[in-house]
Ligand binder design. Structure first.
Ligand code: SF4
Ligand code: SF4
Length: 333
């Protein structure tokens, strides 16, 4: 939540923004304008990557300020049909597939059609209860269409639904984890259930099944999702996963704090700009010497399918990468 009293007008948020070229004076002028309730250029230039939230050294959460102003002014020019697609997410039929009561629940949110279709066949998830569909939709994705109010409106409903499962929950979607671990704090909601990010779950599984792991001895580039800007502390688990399965995360320009958005939202607003950003991102991954791009967010995975395939560059969803180390799949040639 935006905290005006925490802002010291350092300008870091918008100086570091990878999608504008502001110096400190310009960055501070933009923030001051927004604080005064005025329009500012950043509202239309912003690609909704949430990174300024992470760049801010004082925890003032400038992206919350930007997001609310984008909604107030309709400044993120996304077509109504793209917003409607989010609204339809809540209407995706829901299902609870019961599993072993001693295992945690795996939540797919509304992402089932975007993850590799045989994901649930893996030993990784054997016997887990699965929940999926609109009843388990976390809503935080609205940050990517310049809307904050649907998140706040539905936050309590989402938390209550997950709490009603009365079990520990593993979130496969980075967005869900960002919602329960960070965003609901903005609304004064306490999360009354135990939960875990998919990274931590995978790290635990691989660590507990070391004898079944074959080190891959491969180099990969990582596509960090925008939702991770809310929960950077859990990223250490990814490095542990890579270590366990013998994968080297290549240093590159667009990773960690300087990761680029996959352009999932932007493609609906400015296709040319989005394609150009995709090219910068994938070319950077290839130049790093990686054998493949590893994704965490199912939406990133979908959006980057074409630009990676056009370059003959492999792309691997994180659960598939772990399955390769477990002998369930082969690393792409
Ligand atoms: S959300 Fe991303 S694109 Fe928008 S102002 Fe912040 S850093 Fe820049
Ligand atoms: S919001 Fe944070 S990063 Fe931006 S000017 Fe204020 S203190 Fe600095």
């Amino acid at each position: 939540m935006w905290g005006a009293l925490k802002c010291n007008f350092c300008g870091d948020c918008l100086v570091k923004c990878l999608y504008v070229n502001y110096d400190k004076d310009r960055a501070v002028a933009e923030i001051k304008a927004l604080m005064e309730g005025k329009q500012a250029e950043i509202l239309s230039q912003c690609v909704t990557c949430c990174a300024c939230r992470e760049y801010c050294p004082t925890g003032a959460d400038p992206y919350d300020l930007i997001l609310k102003a984008q909604e107030r002014y309709g400044a993120f020019p996304i077509p109504a049909e793209a917003v409607a697609a989010f609204d339809l997410g809540a209407q995706i039929p829901s299902e609870l597939i019961p599993g072993d009561p001693d295992k945690p629940i795996l939540s797919l949110c509304i992402m089932e059609r975007l993850i590799p279709e045989d994901t649930l066949d893996s030993q990784l998830f054997k016997g887990m209860t699965i929940v999926k569909g609109g009843d388990y939709f976390c809503y935080i994705g609205y940050v990517h269409v310049g809307r904050e109010s649907p998140i706040e409106k539905n936050a309590r409903k989402f938390i209550d639904k997950m709490a009603s499962l009365d079990k520990e929950i593993v979130f496969i979607h980075d967005d869900c984890y960002a919602m329960v671990h960070a965003k609901v704090n903005d609304y004064g909601i306490t999360v009354p259930f135990k939960y875990m990010h998919i990274f931590e779950y995978l790290r635990n599984y691989l660590r507990d099944h070391r004898s079944g792991v074959t080190r891959l001895n491969r180099k990969v580039a990582y596509q960090r999702p925008c939702a991770s800007r809310y929960t950077s502390e859990k990223d250490v688990f990814l490095d542990e996963i890579f270590e366990l399965i013998g994968v080297e995360r290549m240093r590159r320009k667009y990773d960690r704090e300087t990761a680029l958005c996959c352009t999932g939202p932007l493609i609906n607003v400015n296709r040319e700009r989005a394609v150009s950003l995709q090219a910068k991102n994938i070319d950077d991954a290839i130049a790093s010497g990686a054998h493949a791009l590893v994704t965490l967010c199912p939406m990133c995975d979908r959006v980057l399918r074409r630009p990676t395939s056009e370059r003959g560059f492999s792309k691997i969803f994180i659960t598939d990468l772990c399955r390769m180390a477990l002998g369930e799949k082969s690393f792409p040639a």
